[in-house]
Design a binder for this molecule. Structure first.
Ligand code: PLP
Length: 495
């Protein structure tokens, strides 16, 4: 039976999985949500014996019901291959009593690779299934990591172009270098004079502009999205939560059915929503611990029930979480509002007009699996420093936010449930912040000196993604004002 997807903003708009992947965003800015979260139909004891790829199949087949087994296995096997520097695809390492789920073994050394290495295959398969003739233009706003991972995934994929907007002054030097050196005839990278929310708002505006869509169609183009609002991003992310539990079980770290907690460093709410889907599918997860940096909108939201983006935007050492509008939260709002687009629309209208909304007590009650907290810049650096001194393990700034919040959670609750911490980036991606946290005297060194120093102190080999940019030429240097984003897109497409 086909699983149907519905728009969070229009009760009448439905789509199959492949249609939802192709469209990315529903009409009127809505997000596609499955009408129900499917249940795992293979016991965890069986999953515990499977490879990452086979678990991916068992999870994704339940969501992408209009894909044949052959199609889906082709997508999975093309994505999760030698591009990853470990055969396991994701690693689960135990340090200081917690399990770090390393999701950064892909091509661009951040967890975005987990979904963006498969999305191009899901998308081109969906296009074929739906007899799409237009060239697909992937339009993406990035806070740093999505952009590079999407560029790497889509570079030179026939029938696609990819255009990435990033905040010119809001990403790390290594993140920027990774993007502006991207090869591929179909890749375009543009810095904007604004922050991530400006980039995301600009992109969403283009997606929901019917005039632009008409112009594009006449010229043989149509947009799709590689942002985490695309369900083709969300579904592959559910896989590694199932995988992490299966691994714990396989290693005898948990007993069958024993509950675990999950901590996720959160920005756009995609990764933690995937964890919540895994829980709803039947993975024994107790608490979903939502970790924010100083942009702590989500902490405030889970504490008070009021979402309020009216605040200063803070640039932190975990830039991929510098977000005040967490787009995927809308899926949780919609779900807890009884899957009623009318109700969801009221909240989203209030967010657009006043920058704030307050959920009902009933909705808040349905979110009691979530626990929110945040880590300051100082606490984040301390977490990196302390874990390194204690164990020799070096984690990146985003993971450190999660690690710090986990510490606060344990202190507050005394909860000793075994815990998986989503480790979302390699420390090599945020070398300066990481090394400074370990010892402030490192700050005088150049970025690549720091890379070599990190290699020395951690004993972890410098990833290929970093070696690649040591000497790469800058191929993209366009910068524009926020209001000119659409103009730049038209220029690229020649319309
Ligand atoms: C994108 C990103 C996050 C935030 O993930 P969301 O799905 O947006 O919540 C956290 N850490 C890193 C390294 C990222 O790239």
């Amino acid at each position: 039976m086909n699983l149907i997807y519905k728009s969070t903003r229009n009760n009448n708009e439905t789509a199959t999985a492949s249609e939802a992947i192709l469209k990315g965003l529903a009409d009127q800015g809505g997000l596609f949500v499955p009408t129900e979260i499917p249940k795992l139909d293979v016991p965890m004891t069986e999953l515990a014996k499977m490879s990452y790829q086979d678990i991916a199949y068992e999870v994704m087949k339940l969501y992408l019901t209009d894909f044949t087994e052959e199609e889906l296995r082709h997508c999975i096997n093309s994505a999760y291959d030698k591009k990853f520097d470990t055969e396991n695809i994701a690693e689960l390492v135990k340090k200081d009593g917690a399990y770090y789920l390393e999701l950064f073994h892909g091509a661009t050394i951040a967890f975005k690779d987990m979904a963006l290495s498969i999305l191009p295959y899901l998308l081109t398969t969906s296009a074929k299934k739906n007899q799409v003739k237009n060239e697909i233009v992937i339009l993406t706003a990035t806070s740093g990591d999505t952009g590079k991972a999407a560029l790497a995934g889509f570079a030179d994929v026939p029938g696609t172009k990819i255009i990435v907007f990033y905040p010119k002054h809001g990403v790390s030097p290594i993140q920027e270098k990774q993007m502006v050196t991207q090869r591929g005839d179909n890749t375009y990278v543009i810095g904007i004079e604004g922050n991530f929310d400006d980039a995301q708002t600009g992109v969403k505006k283009m997606f929901s502009d019917p005039e632009l869509a008409k112009e594009m169609d006449a010229a043989g183009f149509q947009f799709s999205s590689a942002n985490s609002i695309n369900i083709g991003r969300l579904v592959p992310q559910v896989v590694y939560y199932v995988y992490s539990y299966a691994s714990l079980l396989a290693r005898g770290e948990v007993a069958e059915g024993e509950k675990i907690n999950v901590v996720v460093p959160t920005g756009n709410f995609g990764n933690i929503l995937a964890a919540s889907y895994a829980k709803q599918m039947g993975v024994p997860i107790e608490k979903l611990i939502c970790a924010s940096n100083e942009n702590k909108v989500l902490f405030d939201f889970f504490t008070t029930g009021c979402y309020d983006r009216n605040r200063e935007f803070i640039l932190t050492s975990s830039p991929s979480m510098d977000i005040l509008i967490s787009s995927n939260l809308e899926r949780l709002i919609y779900q807890t509002a009884g899957r009623d687009a009318e109700k969801n629309n009221e909240f989203m209208k209030s967010l657009a007009e006043n920058g704030t909304y307050t959920i009902t007590e009933d909705m808040k009650e349905q979110m009691k699996d979530f626990y929110g907290n945040y880590a300051s810049e100082k606490e984040t650096a301390e977490a990196i420093h302390d874990l390194y001194k204690k164990t020799g393990y070096v984690m990146d700034t985003h993971t450190a936010v999660a690690s710090s919040v986990y510490g606060k959670y344990v202190k507050e609750t005394g909860d000793t449930t075994k815990t998986v911490i989503a480790s979302t980036a390699s420390p090599y991606k945020f070398t300066r912040s990481v090394m400074n946290a370990i010892d402030a005297s490192y700050d005088s060194q150049t970025d690549f000196q720091l890379v070599d120093e990190l290699c020395k102190i951690s004993g972890v080999k410098v990833p290929q993604a970093i070696e690649d940019i040591r000497s790469a030429a800058v191929l993209h240097d366009t910068v524009c004002e926020t209001e000119d984003m659409c103009k730049e897109v038209k220029k690229i497409l020649g319309i």
